[in-house]
Design a protein around this ligand. Structure first.
Ligand code: GLV
Length: 384
């Protein structure tokens, strides 16, 4: 019985090989920040309110000028197409059918053009600053040609935090069958068949399109050889000057950086620690959200990610000032568990949880959510 995102996560564990599951499930180094994201969300408690008419609850909102059926979007995740054949197309379709935005990652398996050709709704496209700025320009042009409705620039991956599960599991892209993983793969026949008969197994936006990359097999190698560790705010301004549409800056965890982001012309920032996959020892995203919202002072939209597993989590992020929340891991678990139906299920589970949470906190619309739905003293990061 699938009643929660956690149920989808359990199913995902059984459906995809360990190396793929762990790529989504894990974080950097000792995974302290990863755990803190969830623990600090859990530590917040709601004010239950009663005897308020909650017979009509509206979850509708908008992000970056576009309507959304609820304050949730699918954030960019690498390798989604290895969790399920054509995973990014599947995710974009589910998001569109549910009326929420979908963001395609540069490190996706399906390319921008694949997703464009297979879907009708506009999607967002994410990129990093690469050493080859010509390639950034090419990605911007391709996103524009695909009529992407926003460009998301990831700021927090100039160098990669070591995700220790990946080398331990021998994760490579494309995945390789070897003696170590043969039993693991053999026990997941539907995944293996989907991958065998699927067309796409490697980085669709990159392989064959960017020079000097043959032989690169891991995300760590891609980052070390292609991502620009020298990137700075002037480069963000450069992207701003090249992209006429909505610009989202992802990976802000500090009030001062949020102010720089606003100054660089962001239409939105995403408060994010990359799902605990980068700086281990960084604070949870929910613990810094209020100070960042404060620093931004309404000059751009503030989105949130990091540990969102339920509608209750979304309500907590909204209460502390986010306009909406993005899911990464929860999306990949749902995709691995049951493809498009799984992603739709995850969104609908969170929608219902959010609706009930609003009702039981005496709130009738997402616009009316504020810090008053939480009990006081709620933003302390707790020791793990
Ligand atoms: C990519 O951005 C990742 O976190 O794996």
């Amino acid at each position: 019985m699938i009643l929660s995102v956690e149920d989808l996560r359990e199913l995902a564990k059984r459906r995809v090989p360990r190396a793929i599951f762990d790529y989504a499930d894990g974080g950097a180094y000792e995974e302290r920040t990863l755990r803190r994201n969830g623990a600090d969300l859990d530590a917040l408690t709601f004010r239950q309110r009663v005897m308020i008419d909650v017979s009509n609850i509206s979850l509708a909102t908008n992000f970056l000028g576009a309507a959304a059926s609820m304050p949730l979007g699918i954030g960019p995740t690498g390798l989604a197409g290895l969790f399920h054949a054509d995973g990014e197309i599947v995710g974009a379709r589910a998001a569109a059918a549910c009326g929420i935005p979908f963001c395609l990652s540069t490190m996706s398996i399906c390319s921008i053009e694949d997703v464009r050709a297979a879907t009708k709704q506009p999607f967002w496209f994410q990129q990093y600053l690469m050493k080859d700025r010509g390639f950034n320009q090419e990605l911007i042009d391709r996103a524009a040609a695909a009529q992407c409705s926003a460009l998301m620039l990831t700021l927090d991956l100039q160098v990669i935090g070591e995700r220790r599960r990946d080398p331990r599991n021998g994760l490579t892209i494309p995945p390789r069958l070897n003696l170590r993983n043969a039993v693991d793969v053999a026990m997941r026949p539907s995944w293996a068949l989907g991958m065998l008969f699927g067309k796409r197994r490697t980085f669709g936006n990159l392989v064959g399109r960017i020079g000097g990359t043959s032989g690169i097999r891991t995300l760590a190698e891609w980052t070390a050889t292609q991502f620009d560790a020298s990137a700075n705010w002037r480069d963000v301004e450069w992207v701003r000057s090249r992209w006429p549409g909505k610009l989202i800056l992802k990976g802000v965890l500090d009030a001062e950086d949020a102010r720089f982001g606003v100054a660089a012309g962001a239409d939105a920032i995403v408060v994010s620690n990359h799902g605990g996959r980068q700086l281990d020892g960084a604070p949870s995203t929910i613990s810094v959200l209020p100070e960042i919202v404060d620093a931004v002072g309404g000059r751009c939209e503030v989105l949130f990610d990091g540990g969102i597993r339920s509608g209750q989590d979304i309500a907590k992020a909204l209460a502390l000032g986010a306009r909406g929340a993005l899911i990464g891991k929860s999306f990949l678990f749902a995709l691995a568990a049951a493809g498009e139906a799984g992603v739709t299920k995850a969104i609908e589970i969170m929608r219902n949880e959010l609706r009930v949470t609003l009702a039981l906190t005496g709130t009738t619309s997402v616009d009316a959510v504020g810090p008053h739905i939480l009990r006081a003293g709620h933003t302390q990061s707790r020791p793990l």
